[in-house]
Design a protein around this ligand. Structure first.
Ligand code: ADP
Length: 286
């Protein structure tokens, strides 16, 4: 189908062009630059339109200005640029840049929202009013010392009964019971690795404890969950290394999932607390 060629009034006489230039100026598009070299530069983009896909915003501003100004000397030039799609290609590139800026902004706010979902406190995990607390259990699930002993004492004998029915839990895995006399509704029992120097898959097993516990929490629609520093007591995992793994795993899980809403790291004592805060600080600065 034959269409009428597009015509535009010459720039210097046209009201429309006058308004267009005014708008460009208001949006900072008309900027002073070396006209001759930019005319050559603009021609390069016409010859190789694929260059536009890499053009930054100031290049696009100069290009637009060059084309608009050229209309002053070559009547019909802009109409041609519109008709051959070059003008549209510039606008599309601007749109891509704009979308990327919006996406980057969204990423930053997502990231800070995610960090707000993580809290570090000092205290006794058995006292917390949360949906679930995590127990650093041993594979028999029949109670032990440290945080495990404290949780069983606070929850009462019924917890031991339910744990007995669960039989064992392998290292790196997790099982869930009710919280009984605890303020928390659920207890997620996970078995951390015993530290043997770091070459026996300890890091991955510890990471797996966090992942499996969070997966169970998600399945049970648990909104708030508190973790002790798994494996860092009797099992001897170095605190700094363990806290890096804990924070990285929780961060990754919250990035990939919508639940839980709040994760609390409960540090038993000042030095654990200081360590978690330091590691968290380093993590957010990355
Ligand atoms: P593991 O055998 O996995 O090392 P522990 O219970 O010995 O488990 O220690 C795990 C972490 O829990 C240690 O950092 C310890 O200081 C901490 N902890 C001990 N009791 C409590 C408690 N009541 N609340 C929170 N953390 C605790």
């Amino acid at each position: 189908m034959q269409t009428e060629p597009l015509t535009l009034d010459p720039f210097c006489y046209s009201e429309k062009f006058h308004r267009f230039i005014t708008t460009l100026s208001e949006e900072n598009f008309v900027i002073s630059f070396d006209w001759v070299s930019w005319q050559n530069e603009a021609n390069r983009f016409i010859t190789y339109p694929e260059l536009l896909t890499l053009a930054d915003i100031s290049t696009l501003q100069k290009l637009l200005t060059t084309h608009v100004r050229k209309e002053r000397f070559c009547s019909g030039y802009m109409a041609n640029m519109i008709e051959n799609g070059h003008f549209l290609a510039i606008l599309k590139r601007l749109q891509v840049i704009r979308t990327n800026i919006i996406l980057e902004k969204t990423d930053i706010s997502d990231e800070s929202n995610m960090m707000q979902q993580i809290e570090i406190i000092q205290g006794d995990i058995t006292q917390l009013q949360v949906d679930a607390i995590v127990n650093a259990a041993n594979s028999s699930l029949l109670g032990g010392g440290g945080v495990d002993g404290a949780i069983h004492r606070a929850a009462g004998r019924e917890l031991l009964e339910e744990c007995r029915q669960l039989r064992r839990c392998e290292t790196g895995e997790a099982k869930i019971t009710k919280g009984y006399n605890l303020p928390a509704k659920w207890v997620i029992h996970t078995v951390g690795p015993v530290w043997k120097g770091g070459n026996y898959g300890e890091d991955e097993l510890l990471a797996s404890c966090y992942r499996h516990s969070l997966t169970l929490a998600e399945q049970y629609q648990i909104k708030t969950i508190a973790f002790p520093a798994i494996s860092t007591g009797v099992y001897g995992f170095p605190m700094e290394r363990a806290s890096k793994i804990a924070i990285a795993e929780v961060h990754q899980f919250l990035h990939d999932h919508n639940s839980p809403e709040q994760v609390i790291f409960v540090c038993f004592g000042q030095s654990a607390y200081d360590c978690y805060l330091r590691v968290m600080q380093e993590f957010t600065e990355k």
